[in-house]
Design a protein around this ligand. Structure first.
Ligand SMILES: Nc1ncnc2c1ncn2[C@@H]1O[C@H](COP(=O)(O)OP(=O)(O)OP(=O)(O)O)[C@@H](O)[C@H]1O
Ligand SMILES: [Mg+2]
Length: 321
């Protein structure tokens, strides 16, 4: 495991934003900087952390971890669905196939949990029994496993995600029935693969979301997959006891930072509290632990100034002239 000192020294060297001249037109997401040029698309995963639909600051090595973890999962799941990855010229960068975007995100949940208004547990505990077209039984407890994973799609182009049922999505014309059903089938297969691989490493994949795009009419998995940003991971060995005692699960996802902020009274509106170094270090460690547990590989942090390194790697690999 990487030392606290190495992480602490990186706090002032995180990748906050990029502006790479000559790489193409830049589109900034909350976490990723995307560049589009005539040869395709380049995605730089920065160290930004987002929660409650806001960017909250940066976490050391987070971009590298997310990018390398997504690459691991793309490789593990390529037999299920094609993905956008072409090349990784730098630990923070992917060269990808640009796809026509599909305005729906496929959220898959194996367990009922969450604190935000779009979460399954929040809705269930406020009395909702039909969540995005899924009829939920009485008597569920927080963090309980569903009999089988459910799909709760959300819109993606709007400022705040909106949860919808299959029928509403089709009626609104966001995607047609055939495309939705194909995405649903792929999503459940991906979730099954993710659940099995996570379980081999002592983790529960509680829920996640997938984004797909279209390329010549074919469905392609884009963005990221099974990262601690897009998924909830819990420790398997303590799940049952904590559940029985009604306690919080031990988590390996960005919920740690979300919970810290919620403890400061921040739920998405108003000024963002400054995240102390100790919280950043702990968050970085959880991201690293997630990488190592999931992949079974040692995380090799690349310290120093990522911005300079990225440009140099892009030039060496011929991505940037
Ligand atoms: N291969 C691809 N083709 C087209 N668009 C893509 C592709 N891969 C990712 N994208 C899009 O690029 C953006 C990635 O940026 P990012 O993940 O930071 O966005 P965000 O959704 O605003 O943030 P968050 O993930 O925190 O909600 C997303 O809008 C995603 O849909
Ligand atoms: Mg995203």
């Amino acid at each position: 495991m990487i030392s606290d000192n190495l992480i602490r020294n990186q706090i002032n060297n995180t990748l906050q934003s990029t502006n790479i001249e000559g790489l193409g037109e830049k589109f900034e997401g909350k976490v990723r900087d995307n560049y589009r040029n005539s040869n395709g698309m380049v995605i730089v995963t920065t160290d930004r952390i987002s929660a409650f639909d806001r960017v909250l600051g940066t976490i050391p090595f987070k971009g590298q971890i997310l990018n390398q973890l997504a690459a691991f999962w793309f490789d593990q799941t390529k037999g299920i669905v094609d993905n956008h990855l072409i090349d990784m010229p730098d630990p923070n960068v992917m060269v990808v196939r640009e796809c026509e975007s599909i305005p729906v995100e496929m959220v898959v949940r194996g367990y009922i949990t969450g604190v935000t208004k779009t979460s399954a547990w929040y809705n269930y505990s406020s009395g909702v029994r039909n969540f995005c077209g899924n009829v939920l039984p009485e008597g569920l407890k927080k963090d309980q496993k569903f009999d089988h994973p459910i799909i709760t799609p959300t819109t993606k182009t709007e400022k705040h995600d909106r949860s919808l049922s299959r029928e509403e999505i089709i009626k609104e014309g966001l995607v047609d029935a055939d495309l939705f059903d194909r995405m649903a089938e792929i999503s459940l297969k991906l979730f099954d693969a993710g659940t099995r691989i996570a379980a081999n490493h002592g983790l529960i994949l509680a829920d996640t979301k997938y984004e797909f795009g279209l390329l010549d009419g074919k469905i392609v998995l884009i963005d990221e997959i099974h990262t601690p940003d897009s998924s909830r991971f819990w420790f398997m060995d303590t799940y049952q006891q904590l559940f029985d005692e009604g306690k919080e699960q031990r988590k390996l996802d960005k919920e740690y930072v979300r919970t810290w902020l919620a403890g400061k009274g921040f739920l998405g509106d108003g000024d963002i509290p400054a995240i102390p170094d100790e919280v950043k270090i702990e968050a970085a460690k959880r991201y690293m632990q997630a990488y190592e547990l999931i992949t079974g590989r040692v995380f090799e942090a690349v310290p120093g100034n990522p911005a300079g390194r990225i440009i140099s790697n892009l030039k060496t690999k011929g991505v940037l002239m």
